[in-house]
Design a protein. Structure first.
Length: 276
């Protein structure tokens, strides 16, 4: 099985898609990991992209050391993976917590980055989001894992989609993925997001970055309280950042409107491949 050693841990990875296609490294969310992109992978491969999925430190088949986990630390692991695989530059696609990791990756490693899409992400939590992640962390210590998964689903997936034919099995599907996680890693992910402040890195960004956000997202909204830094404010801080909002959904665009996500992200990536 494909593993590389990166920053003292073993990372599981896999390539899919055309061998001559531009490589897109995928950073998954705090509960879904590399499974986050399941609904858009076929579409991205059909657009000609070669996808690099991997289990981040603490997830899946990769090493899970008992230590502090941070957004920037996960970004450093991603850079080590890219270098270990002999890749010169990559496109970057991160969603939810993976979008936050993508912000850090792009700012710290511009020499490895062509362009980045940060999906349903932000750079600094406000009081509302800090509280939400603290409650999640406490839930993982006291609540049955399937109940915790169902609670997260109600925050991430729209009510209309849940009751649609496409969303009929969303609770079962999300449980099956969430229950793959080590509770220790999930608690560390919550702490990492609670304590995160990527404001200095946002100001340093030199590569093109597209923020994609659901207008009605509860977990990662494009507009937050005064203490937070989300997409609409990020656009004003750095000329390299742009924003596209999905007007009718919340957090789960890759699940609820995958074709729109594929179209928007692939067009953005291709526009920046032309001048590479």
């Amino acid at each position: 099985m494909p593993f590389v050693e990166a920053n003292g841990v073993n990372l599981f990875y896999e390539f899919t898609g055309p061998e001559d296609g531009p490589v897109v490294i995928q950073f998954g969310g705090g509960l879904f990991g590399r499974h986050n992109f399941g609904m858009v992978n076929d579409g991205m491969r059909a657009k000609g992209f070669r996808l690099l999925a991997f289990d981040a430190r603490g997830y899946g088949q990769s090493s899970c050391p008992r230590e502090e986990y941070t957004i920037e630390g996960w970004a450093d692991d991603g850079a080590a993976l890219v270098r270990a695989l002999g890749l010169k530059k990559v496109l970057v696609h991160g969603t939810s917590m993976g979008g936050m990791i993508s912000i850090a990756f792009t700012a710290k490693y511009p020499e490895l980055t062509i362009a980045t899409c940060c999906d349903v992400a932000f750079a600094k939590p406000d009081l509302y989001r800090r509280t939400a992640f603290r409650i999640w962390r406490r839930m993982t210590e006291s609540m049955a894992w399937d109940d915790f998964s169902d609670h997260v689903t109600t925050q991430a997936v729209g009510a209309k989609f849940m009751e649609s034919p496409e969303g009929a099995d969303c609770f079962e599907m999300i449980r099956s993925i969430v229950m793959l996680n080590d509770p220790y890693t999930v608690r560390q992910a919550c702490l990492a997001m609670e304590n995160m402040d990527l404001t200095p890195l946002v100001k340093k960004l030199k590569r093109p970055m597209l923020m994609t956000n659901g207008t009605h997202d509860v977990l990662s909204p494009p507009e937050m309280g005064p203490s937070g830094l989300a997409a609409r404010k990020m656009v004003k801080l750095n000329k390299h950042i742009s924003l596209v909002e999905f007007p009718d959904i919340g957090h789960a665009d890759l699940l609820e409107c995958p074709q729109d996500a594929i179209r928007i992200v692939s067009a953005f990536f291709k526009s920046h491949l032309k001048g590479k």
